[in-house]
Design a protein around this ligand. Structure first.
Ligand code: SF4
Length: 211
């Protein structure tokens, strides 16, 4: 039985959030619990702004892996140099549909520092080194602690003052991409000026033409 379905794995720079600019191996898990469309039909998605292709296992270095060890060893092949500090970002889709303690342990055994980017609806294993939660309006946040809370802006239904009660080191606003990206960026800048507890996060990988 297949345990892990991976859309793609690639080496790049983390483009957004507090760790922006850092070399990272991205491991994108297939599937998301906040997306209910059929193939390429995103009607019915709770996140109608989703800009990620996380369907299937047919991306770069993607595939199905029967064990945590098999997946960890596969991912490790794409880190360029064993002598450097290794950093992997588990993302999706929603990685917490598949990430478990045995995968975290196998990646730690290979000396990876591990970050996760999650929508926060499922509690993460505590051994993960860096937890980034990106909450979506209309969902219940289960993962209430972590390193960064990164909110796609605007999401009018979210209560930003209440989000500040959660236990995170950094609170970030990231402009929603798409046809209104310019307007959303200007609004995000204003929001951060008016609410200094929040910092601006930009998707610099898109500006740089990185994946
Ligand atoms: S939670 Fe993230 S990956 Fe899932 S549908 Fe929403 S934006 Fe897309």
């Amino acid at each position: 039985m297949t345990t892990y379905s991976i859309k793609e794995i690639y080496y790049t720079l983390q483009g957004e959030g507090i760790q922006a600019g850092r070399a990272a191996l991205f491991c994108r898990f297939a599937g998301c619990n906040l997306w209910s469309g059929l193939e390429k039909d995103r009607l019915g998605a709770q996140c109608n702004f989703c800009d990620t292709d996380f369907l299937g296992t047919n991306g770069e270095n993607g595939g199905r892996f029967k064990t945590a060890s098999e997946l960890a060893r596969h991912a490790n092949k794409f880190w360029p140099d064993e002598t450097t500090k290794k950093f992997i970002v588990l993302t999706g889709g929603e990685p917490m549909l598949q990430v478990d303690s045995s995968l975290i342990s196998e990646l730690h055994n290979l000396n990876f520092e591990i970050a996760i980017e999650t929508n926060g609806t499922i509690i993460c294993p505590p051994e993960i080194d860096w937890i980034c939660v990106s909450p979506k309006a209309g969902t219940k946040i289960a993962q209430k602690t972590g390193n960064e809370l990164k909110v796609i802006y605007p999401q009018p239904e979210l209560n930003f003052s209440k989000l500040l009660d959660l236990s995170f080191e950094y609170f970030l606003i990231q402009p929603m991409d798409g046809p209104d990206a310019e307007e959303n960026t200007a609004a995000s800048v204003e929001f951060c000026k008016e609410n200094p507890n929040w910092r601006l996060s930009l998707q610099t990988h898109k500006q740089l033409g990185l994946k």
